[in-house]
Design a protein around this ligand. Structure first.
Ligand SMILES: Nc1ncnc2c1ncn2[C@@H]1O[C@H](COP(=O)(O)OP(=O)(O)OP(=O)(O)O)[C@@H](O)[C@H]1O
Ligand SMILES: [Mg+2]
Length: 375
Protein backbone atom coordinates (compact mmCIF):
# COMPACT_ATOMS: atom_id res chain seq x y z
CA UNK A 1 0.00 0.00 0.00
CA UNK A 2 1.30 3.49 -0.88
CA UNK A 3 1.81 6.00 1.95
CA UNK A 4 0.38 9.43 1.15
CA UNK A 5 2.38 12.30 2.66
CA UNK A 6 0.54 15.55 2.03
CA UNK A 7 1.55 17.59 5.02
CA UNK A 8 5.28 17.78 4.38
CA UNK A 9 5.05 18.87 0.74
CA UNK A 10 5.23 22.57 1.53
CA UNK A 11 8.58 22.22 3.28
CA UNK A 12 11.34 22.39 0.63
CA UNK A 13 13.74 20.35 2.71
CA UNK A 14 11.22 17.51 2.83
CA UNK A 15 10.43 17.57 -0.87
CA UNK A 16 13.20 15.21 -1.88
CA UNK A 17 12.23 12.73 0.86
CA UNK A 18 8.57 13.01 -0.08
CA UNK A 19 9.40 12.56 -3.75
CA UNK A 20 11.51 9.53 -2.89
CA UNK A 21 8.49 8.07 -1.09
CA UNK A 22 6.33 8.70 -4.14
CA UNK A 23 4.19 11.24 -2.23
CA UNK A 24 1.32 13.02 -3.98
CA UNK A 25 1.42 16.72 -4.79
CA UNK A 26 -1.37 18.75 -3.20
CA UNK A 27 -3.05 19.16 -6.57
CA UNK A 28 -3.23 15.37 -6.95
CA UNK A 29 -4.86 14.65 -3.59
CA UNK A 30 -8.42 13.40 -4.15
CA UNK A 31 -10.02 16.01 -1.88
CA UNK A 32 -13.49 15.43 -3.18
CA UNK A 33 -13.50 11.84 -1.89
CA UNK A 34 -12.07 12.92 1.44
CA UNK A 35 -14.64 15.70 1.88
CA UNK A 36 -17.60 13.57 0.86
CA UNK A 37 -16.63 10.76 3.24
CA UNK A 38 -15.57 12.99 6.08
CA UNK A 39 -17.01 12.21 9.49
CA UNK A 40 -16.89 15.96 10.15
CA UNK A 41 -19.41 18.23 8.46
CA UNK A 42 -17.91 20.29 5.63
CA UNK A 43 -19.64 23.28 4.03
CA UNK A 44 -19.23 26.32 1.81
CA UNK A 45 -21.23 29.51 2.38
CA UNK A 46 -21.69 31.96 -0.47
CA UNK A 47 -23.84 35.08 -0.07
CA UNK A 48 -25.04 33.86 3.34
CA UNK A 49 -26.36 30.55 1.92
CA UNK A 50 -24.96 27.03 2.20
CA UNK A 51 -23.96 26.39 -1.42
CA UNK A 52 -22.11 23.19 -0.63
CA UNK A 53 -22.52 20.69 2.24
CA UNK A 54 -21.31 17.14 2.56
CA UNK A 55 -23.77 14.45 3.68
CA UNK A 56 -22.46 14.61 7.24
CA UNK A 57 -23.15 18.35 7.57
CA UNK A 58 -26.64 18.11 6.04
CA UNK A 59 -27.42 15.13 8.32
CA UNK A 60 -26.47 17.18 11.39
CA UNK A 61 -29.54 19.28 10.53
CA UNK A 62 -31.65 16.22 9.69
CA UNK A 63 -31.70 16.92 5.93
CA UNK A 64 -30.59 15.06 2.81
CA UNK A 65 -27.87 17.04 1.12
CA UNK A 66 -30.06 18.12 -1.83
CA UNK A 67 -32.69 19.51 0.55
CA UNK A 68 -30.11 21.39 2.54
CA UNK A 69 -28.17 23.17 -0.23
CA UNK A 70 -29.34 26.74 -0.74
CA UNK A 71 -30.61 27.27 2.80
CA UNK A 72 -29.87 30.61 4.42
CA UNK A 73 -27.51 30.53 7.41
CA UNK A 74 -29.96 32.42 9.63
CA UNK A 75 -32.64 29.76 9.00
CA UNK A 76 -30.37 27.00 10.27
CA UNK A 77 -29.65 28.28 13.78
CA UNK A 78 -31.77 29.15 16.81
CA UNK A 79 -33.09 32.75 16.85
CA UNK A 80 -30.82 33.72 19.77
CA UNK A 81 -27.77 32.47 17.80
CA UNK A 82 -28.53 34.46 14.63
CA UNK A 83 -26.82 37.76 15.63
CA UNK A 84 -23.57 36.01 16.59
CA UNK A 85 -23.55 33.75 13.53
CA UNK A 86 -24.17 36.65 11.13
CA UNK A 87 -21.63 38.84 12.89
CA UNK A 88 -18.99 36.09 12.67
CA UNK A 89 -19.85 35.71 8.97
CA UNK A 90 -19.43 39.44 8.30
CA UNK A 91 -16.15 39.65 10.19
CA UNK A 92 -14.61 36.96 7.99
CA UNK A 93 -16.16 38.02 4.70
CA UNK A 94 -15.19 41.65 5.42
CA UNK A 95 -11.60 40.54 6.06
CA UNK A 96 -11.51 41.60 9.72
CA UNK A 97 -10.33 38.08 10.63
CA UNK A 98 -9.42 35.13 8.44
CA UNK A 99 -11.04 32.38 10.47
CA UNK A 100 -13.13 31.88 13.58
CA UNK A 101 -13.60 28.89 15.85
CA UNK A 102 -16.87 28.99 17.77
CA UNK A 103 -19.85 27.07 19.12
CA UNK A 104 -23.46 27.61 18.11
CA UNK A 105 -26.90 26.02 18.25
CA UNK A 106 -28.35 24.72 15.00
CA UNK A 107 -32.00 23.84 14.43
CA UNK A 108 -32.74 20.45 12.91
CA UNK A 109 -35.54 19.78 10.44
CA UNK A 110 -37.62 18.25 13.28
CA UNK A 111 -37.08 21.38 15.42
CA UNK A 112 -34.57 19.75 17.78
CA UNK A 113 -31.44 21.71 18.69
CA UNK A 114 -28.04 20.47 17.56
CA UNK A 115 -24.93 21.89 19.25
CA UNK A 116 -22.17 22.54 16.73
CA UNK A 117 -18.49 23.32 16.99
CA UNK A 118 -17.45 25.25 13.89
CA UNK A 119 -14.20 26.35 12.35
CA UNK A 120 -14.56 28.35 9.14
CA UNK A 121 -12.26 30.50 7.02
CA UNK A 122 -12.66 33.04 4.27
CA UNK A 123 -11.82 31.79 0.74
CA UNK A 124 -12.29 32.94 -2.84
CA UNK A 125 -15.09 31.09 -4.62
CA UNK A 126 -16.27 31.95 -8.11
CA UNK A 127 -14.41 35.23 -7.78
CA UNK A 128 -16.24 36.19 -4.61
CA UNK A 129 -15.54 36.01 -0.88
CA UNK A 130 -16.99 32.84 0.62
CA UNK A 131 -16.59 30.71 3.75
CA UNK A 132 -15.40 27.12 3.97
CA UNK A 133 -15.98 25.44 7.26
CA UNK A 134 -15.73 22.22 9.21
CA UNK A 135 -18.33 21.31 11.83
CA UNK A 136 -18.62 18.76 14.61
CA UNK A 137 -21.86 17.72 16.27
CA UNK A 138 -21.08 18.21 19.98
CA UNK A 139 -24.66 17.80 21.25
CA UNK A 140 -23.80 14.76 23.37
CA UNK A 141 -20.79 16.51 24.89
CA UNK A 142 -22.80 19.64 25.67
CA UNK A 143 -25.58 17.52 27.17
CA UNK A 144 -23.10 15.56 29.32
CA UNK A 145 -21.48 18.81 30.49
CA UNK A 146 -24.88 20.27 31.32
CA UNK A 147 -25.85 17.13 33.26
CA UNK A 148 -22.56 17.30 35.15
CA UNK A 149 -23.13 20.99 35.92
CA UNK A 150 -26.64 20.29 37.14
CA UNK A 151 -25.53 17.36 39.24
CA UNK A 152 -22.77 19.49 40.84
CA UNK A 153 -25.34 22.19 41.48
CA UNK A 154 -27.65 19.65 43.16
CA UNK A 155 -24.75 18.32 45.25
CA UNK A 156 -23.97 21.86 46.33
CA UNK A 157 -27.60 22.50 47.26
CA UNK A 158 -27.66 19.22 49.18
CA UNK A 159 -24.50 20.18 51.09
CA UNK A 160 -26.03 23.56 51.95
CA UNK A 161 -29.26 21.92 53.02
CA UNK A 162 -27.42 19.39 55.22
CA UNK A 163 -25.28 22.13 56.78
CA UNK A 164 -28.31 24.30 57.51
CA UNK A 165 -30.30 21.35 58.91
CA UNK A 166 -27.34 20.23 61.04
CA UNK A 167 -26.87 23.76 62.35
CA UNK A 168 -30.55 24.04 63.30
CA UNK A 169 -30.51 20.64 64.95
CA UNK A 170 -27.34 21.44 66.91
CA UNK A 171 -28.78 24.73 68.13
CA UNK A 172 -32.00 22.98 69.23
CA UNK A 173 -30.12 20.19 71.04
CA UNK A 174 -27.77 22.71 72.67
CA UNK A 175 -30.78 24.59 74.03
CA UNK A 176 -32.46 21.37 75.26
CA UNK A 177 -29.30 20.15 76.97
CA UNK A 178 -28.50 23.54 78.48
CA UNK A 179 -31.96 24.71 79.48
CA UNK A 180 -33.96 21.53 80.12
CA UNK A 181 -31.37 18.98 81.23
CA UNK A 182 -29.22 21.66 82.88
CA UNK A 183 -32.29 23.01 84.71
CA UNK A 184 -33.30 19.56 85.97
CA UNK A 185 -29.77 18.77 87.13
CA UNK A 186 -29.51 22.09 88.96
CA UNK A 187 -32.81 21.39 90.77
CA UNK A 188 -31.57 17.91 91.71
CA UNK A 189 -28.32 19.41 93.02
CA UNK A 190 -30.31 21.95 95.02
CA UNK A 191 -32.36 19.16 96.66
CA UNK A 192 -29.22 17.15 97.35
CA UNK A 193 -27.69 20.20 99.05
CA UNK A 194 -30.72 20.29 101.34
CA UNK A 195 -30.24 16.61 102.20
CA UNK A 196 -26.57 17.39 102.79
CA UNK A 197 -27.45 20.10 105.28
CA UNK A 198 -30.03 17.99 107.09
CA UNK A 199 -27.72 15.03 107.44
CA UNK A 200 -24.93 17.13 108.95
CA UNK A 201 -25.96 15.85 112.38
CA UNK A 202 -24.63 13.07 114.61
CA UNK A 203 -25.93 9.61 113.65
CA UNK A 204 -26.37 10.51 109.93
CA UNK A 205 -22.71 10.18 108.95
CA UNK A 206 -23.28 7.46 106.36
CA UNK A 207 -26.12 9.31 104.63
CA UNK A 208 -24.15 12.55 104.82
CA UNK A 209 -21.17 10.87 103.11
CA UNK A 210 -23.40 9.55 100.30
CA UNK A 211 -25.02 12.98 99.86
CA UNK A 212 -21.59 14.65 99.73
CA UNK A 213 -20.47 12.31 96.93
CA UNK A 214 -23.77 12.82 95.11
CA UNK A 215 -23.44 16.63 95.21
CA UNK A 216 -19.96 16.34 93.68
CA UNK A 217 -21.21 13.90 91.06
CA UNK A 218 -24.12 16.18 90.28
CA UNK A 219 -21.78 19.15 89.81
CA UNK A 220 -19.64 17.09 87.40
CA UNK A 221 -22.79 16.08 85.51
CA UNK A 222 -23.88 19.72 85.27
CA UNK A 223 -20.42 20.68 83.96
CA UNK A 224 -20.55 17.85 81.41
CA UNK A 225 -24.01 18.90 80.21
CA UNK A 226 -22.75 22.47 79.85
CA UNK A 227 -19.69 21.28 77.89
CA UNK A 228 -21.88 19.17 75.58
CA UNK A 229 -24.14 22.16 74.99
CA UNK A 230 -21.10 24.36 74.27
CA UNK A 231 -19.75 21.77 71.80
CA UNK A 232 -23.07 21.69 69.99
CA UNK A 233 -23.39 25.47 69.77
CA UNK A 234 -21.12 27.77 71.76
CA UNK A 235 -23.22 30.22 73.73
CA UNK A 236 -20.36 32.70 73.34
CA UNK A 237 -21.08 32.87 69.61
CA UNK A 238 -24.51 34.33 70.31
CA UNK A 239 -23.67 36.23 73.47
CA UNK A 240 -20.17 37.58 72.85
CA UNK A 241 -19.72 37.39 69.07
CA UNK A 242 -17.44 35.51 66.70
CA UNK A 243 -14.12 36.91 67.95
CA UNK A 244 -14.64 35.82 71.54
CA UNK A 245 -16.09 32.45 70.50
CA UNK A 246 -12.99 31.80 68.37
CA UNK A 247 -10.69 32.87 71.18
CA UNK A 248 -12.41 30.55 73.68
CA UNK A 249 -12.41 27.65 71.21
CA UNK A 250 -8.68 28.09 70.53
CA UNK A 251 -7.95 28.15 74.28
CA UNK A 252 -9.94 24.98 74.76
CA UNK A 253 -8.14 23.42 71.77
CA UNK A 254 -4.76 24.25 73.33
CA UNK A 255 -5.79 22.63 76.62
CA UNK A 256 -7.26 19.54 75.00
CA UNK A 257 -4.44 18.76 72.58
CA UNK A 258 -1.40 20.27 74.34
CA UNK A 259 -0.70 22.64 71.45
CA UNK A 260 0.46 26.27 71.72
CA UNK A 261 -2.03 28.67 70.21
CA UNK A 262 -1.71 32.32 69.22
CA UNK A 263 -4.80 34.37 68.48
CA UNK A 264 -4.67 37.84 66.92
CA UNK A 265 -8.01 39.60 66.64
CA UNK A 266 -9.00 43.25 66.34
CA UNK A 267 -10.24 45.05 69.47
CA UNK A 268 -13.55 45.90 67.88
CA UNK A 269 -16.12 43.13 67.19
CA UNK A 270 -15.96 41.41 63.81
CA UNK A 271 -18.82 42.90 61.77
CA UNK A 272 -20.56 39.71 60.68
CA UNK A 273 -24.24 38.78 60.81
CA UNK A 274 -25.06 35.82 63.06
CA UNK A 275 -25.62 33.26 60.26
CA UNK A 276 -22.34 34.26 58.57
CA UNK A 277 -20.43 34.19 61.87
CA UNK A 278 -21.77 30.68 62.50
CA UNK A 279 -20.44 29.45 59.14
CA UNK A 280 -17.02 31.02 59.78
CA UNK A 281 -16.91 29.46 63.24
CA UNK A 282 -17.80 26.01 61.85
CA UNK A 283 -15.09 26.32 59.18
CA UNK A 284 -12.48 27.06 61.87
CA UNK A 285 -13.80 24.21 64.05
CA UNK A 286 -13.52 21.76 61.12
CA UNK A 287 -10.02 23.03 60.29
CA UNK A 288 -8.93 22.64 63.93
CA UNK A 289 -10.29 19.10 63.96
CA UNK A 290 -8.04 18.47 60.96
CA UNK A 291 -5.06 19.95 62.77
CA UNK A 292 -5.73 17.64 65.72
CA UNK A 293 -6.20 14.56 63.52
CA UNK A 294 -3.62 15.01 60.80
CA UNK A 295 -1.06 17.76 61.40
CA UNK A 296 1.04 16.70 64.48
CA UNK A 297 1.51 20.43 65.03
CA UNK A 298 3.13 22.18 68.00
CA UNK A 299 1.69 25.63 67.32
CA UNK A 300 -1.50 26.94 65.75
CA UNK A 301 -2.01 30.60 64.87
CA UNK A 302 -5.31 32.29 64.18
CA UNK A 303 -5.60 35.80 62.81
CA UNK A 304 -8.73 37.58 61.64
CA UNK A 305 -9.66 41.11 60.73
CA UNK A 306 -12.09 43.26 58.83
CA UNK A 307 -12.47 46.71 57.36
CA UNK A 308 -15.44 48.36 55.68
CA UNK A 309 -15.01 46.27 52.53
CA UNK A 310 -13.81 42.83 53.57
CA UNK A 311 -13.42 40.20 56.26
CA UNK A 312 -10.43 37.86 56.29
CA UNK A 313 -9.17 35.03 58.46
CA UNK A 314 -6.02 32.93 58.47
CA UNK A 315 -5.34 29.71 60.39
CA UNK A 316 -1.84 28.31 60.29
CA UNK A 317 -0.27 25.22 61.84
CA UNK A 318 3.35 24.09 61.86
CA UNK A 319 2.53 20.43 61.27
CA UNK A 320 3.35 17.97 58.49
CA UNK A 321 1.53 19.88 55.70
CA UNK A 322 -1.64 19.05 53.83
CA UNK A 323 0.03 17.03 51.09
CA UNK A 324 1.93 14.79 53.53
CA UNK A 325 -0.36 11.81 52.98
CA UNK A 326 -3.06 11.04 50.44
CA UNK A 327 -6.54 12.22 51.44
CA UNK A 328 -8.74 9.54 52.97
CA UNK A 329 -11.30 8.06 50.60
CA UNK A 330 -14.66 9.64 51.36
CA UNK A 331 -13.14 12.58 53.25
CA UNK A 332 -15.78 15.29 53.52
CA UNK A 333 -14.27 17.93 55.80
CA UNK A 334 -12.64 20.15 53.16
CA UNK A 335 -15.67 19.79 50.89
CA UNK A 336 -18.01 20.83 53.67
CA UNK A 337 -15.77 23.81 54.54
CA UNK A 338 -15.71 24.91 50.90
CA UNK A 339 -19.49 24.71 50.67
CA UNK A 340 -19.93 26.67 53.88
CA UNK A 341 -17.60 29.33 52.46
CA UNK A 342 -19.49 29.41 49.17
CA UNK A 343 -22.75 29.71 51.09
CA UNK A 344 -21.61 33.02 52.61
CA UNK A 345 -19.93 34.25 49.43
CA UNK A 346 -16.40 33.75 50.80
CA UNK A 347 -13.34 32.26 49.14
CA UNK A 348 -11.61 29.47 51.04
CA UNK A 349 -8.12 28.24 50.27
CA UNK A 350 -6.25 25.48 52.10
CA UNK A 351 -2.64 25.03 51.07
CA UNK A 352 0.91 24.37 52.29
CA UNK A 353 2.07 27.14 54.60
CA UNK A 354 4.97 29.42 53.57
CA UNK A 355 7.21 27.90 56.27
CA UNK A 356 5.78 24.36 56.22
CA UNK A 357 2.59 23.18 57.88
CA UNK A 358 -0.86 24.03 56.54
CA UNK A 359 -2.46 27.41 56.01
CA UNK A 360 -6.15 28.15 55.60
CA UNK A 361 -7.29 31.52 54.32
CA UNK A 362 -10.84 32.78 54.14
CA UNK A 363 -11.70 36.09 52.45
CA UNK A 364 -15.07 37.67 51.99
CA UNK A 365 -16.22 40.97 50.53
CA UNK A 366 -18.61 42.55 53.01
CA UNK A 367 -22.04 43.46 51.76
CA UNK A 368 -25.00 44.60 53.83
CA UNK A 369 -26.42 41.08 54.25
CA UNK A 370 -23.13 39.83 55.78
CA UNK A 371 -22.93 42.49 58.41
CA UNK A 372 -24.74 42.59 61.68
CA UNK A 373 -24.47 44.36 64.98
CA UNK A 374 -24.71 41.18 67.05
CA UNK A 375 -21.41 39.70 65.88
N1 LIG B 1 -4.00 20.71 58.93
C1 LIG B 1 -3.70 19.63 58.20
N2 LIG B 1 -2.45 19.06 58.24
C2 LIG B 1 -2.15 17.97 57.52
N3 LIG B 1 -3.02 17.35 56.68
C3 LIG B 1 -4.26 17.84 56.59
C4 LIG B 1 -4.67 19.01 57.34
N4 LIG B 1 -5.96 19.28 57.01
C5 LIG B 1 -6.34 18.34 56.12
N5 LIG B 1 -5.32 17.47 55.86
C6 LIG B 1 -5.31 16.36 54.90
O1 LIG B 1 -6.38 16.57 54.00
C7 LIG B 1 -7.22 15.44 53.96
C8 LIG B 1 -8.65 15.85 53.71
O2 LIG B 1 -9.18 16.52 54.84
P1 LIG B 1 -10.74 16.37 55.17
O3 LIG B 1 -11.05 17.21 56.34
O4 LIG B 1 -11.47 16.62 53.90
O5 LIG B 1 -10.92 14.82 55.49
P2 LIG B 1 -10.64 13.99 56.81
O6 LIG B 1 -10.26 14.90 57.96
O7 LIG B 1 -9.67 12.90 56.49
O8 LIG B 1 -12.05 13.32 57.08
P3 LIG B 1 -13.41 14.04 57.56
O9 LIG B 1 -14.37 13.82 56.43
O10 LIG B 1 -13.80 13.34 58.80
O11 LIG B 1 -13.12 15.50 57.78
C9 LIG B 1 -6.98 14.74 55.29
O12 LIG B 1 -7.27 13.36 55.18
C10 LIG B 1 -5.53 15.01 55.54
O13 LIG B 1 -4.73 14.07 54.85
MG1 LIG C 1 -11.46 16.58 58.40
Amino acid sequence: MKTVVVQSLSATSDLSTAAALGALRLADVPFRGIVEQSLAGVYVVLDERFMYANDTFAAMFGYAREEFIGRHMADCVTPDSVPEVMQNYQRRIGGEVDNIHYFTKGVRKDGQIVHLELHASRVECQGRAALTGVALDVTERVRAQEELRQSRERLRELAQHINAAREGERARMAREVHDVLGGMLTSAKFDLSRILRRTAVPGQEELHGIATDLVLLMQETIDTARAISEELRPASLDLLGLGEALRQWMTQFARRYGVDVRVTLPDQPLPLASAVATQVFRIVQEALTNVARHAHAKTVELEAGADAQAFWLRLRDDGCGIGAKPARHGAMGLFSMTERARDIGAVLDVHDGPEGGTELTLCMALRAKHQGPSA
